[in-house]
Design a binder for this molecule. Sequence first.
Ligand SMILES: *Cc1c(COP(=O)(O)O)cnc(C)c1O
Length: 384
Amino acid sequence: MMGPGPSDVDPRVLRAMSTPLVGHLDPDFLQIMNETQQLLRFVMQTQNRFTIAVSGTGSAGMETCLCNIIEEGDEVVVCVNGVFGERMSDIVERCRGKLTRVEAPWGNIIEPEQVAEALKGRKVKAVAIVHAETSTGIHQPLEEISKIVHDHGALFVVDAVTSLGGTKVALDEWGIDVCYSGTQKCLSCPPGLAPVSFNDRAMDMLRNRKQKVQSWYFDMSMVERYWGEERAYHHTAPISMIYALHEALRIIQEEGLVPRFERHRRNHEALKAGLAALGIEYLPQEGYRLPMLNAVGIPNGVEDAKVRKRLLNDFGIEIGGGLGKFKGKAWRIGLMGYSCTERNVLLFLAALEEILHGEGLKIKPGFGVAAAEETYAKAKASSE
Ligand SMILES: *Cc1c(COP(=O)(O)O)cnc(C)c1O
């Protein structure tokens, strides 16, 4: 699977999922929960006590983070340059927050000055932004914006659904107050859980709310009592999914964060070289391209659906089409977690060359693969 998620899952994770069930208050299960929290802190690079996995996919994480922070009438700034910024805006309005959108064209980053401008003369409670915008392939820098948000006294809320486990996400170092992710992108675990982390400042804000959290299921002040010392029943934990996440995080710990990020970068560089040799161009702004999600333009005269169908049927490779404004205009090639391998890059390029050649495109078969191989060879030579 080389699309925008889900990604392939290590067989170890699938085996962990078939472990017999125990009760959600069984001491052995509580031990696995504790270890999962510890591993999540490691991957999210944080000491936050409240670091848990919400029952639900990445969007459940998004909803959790926003609805626990926002009360009716709160001013919230959302940065929008793709589908997931749009989704956050929608949730803010459903929470009855007063929404201000900071927008950039699709394929561009949000500039720090834009955020500073939006905060001027206002009392804003939270600023939300997407770190890895999966609809456009943009890698959003966060540190400068974090500083601006904190100088204003607001909370910094970050979507790390696609970035976590594939590139650096450092909550404490970058001053991220509230963060959510999802299991099925670079963590390479099936869809079903949303890691979230709130720092003490965000938890204090939650405890001092005037109104109850709009959602019963996602009210973290109650869910906290299950993940914390009290172990008070709230809803039945998705036991098998926690087994899966626990194993997926152990695999990440064994590989190490830096080697893992380096692997994503290396395969992205090789893919990029291969695509360039075929005349295929990236859509996001230069210098801000995600390693795990390669958004590229569809060559002129080529039928989007037909190519993707052949990739899937003849080669067993799934890539993503464009989403939202990029529908019919983009291919989204994922290199996430377990799927991010030299084997997949070379196989994909060979298959794509074959198909595009068959479509009558003037490309020289073999050029894409050769360019990628050269990139790998250079990387190997420089690391020896
Ligand atoms: C995939 C994704 C989500 C939503 O996750 P689901 O698991 O589909 O609910 C949110 N934000 C970003 C950036 C994503 O890539």
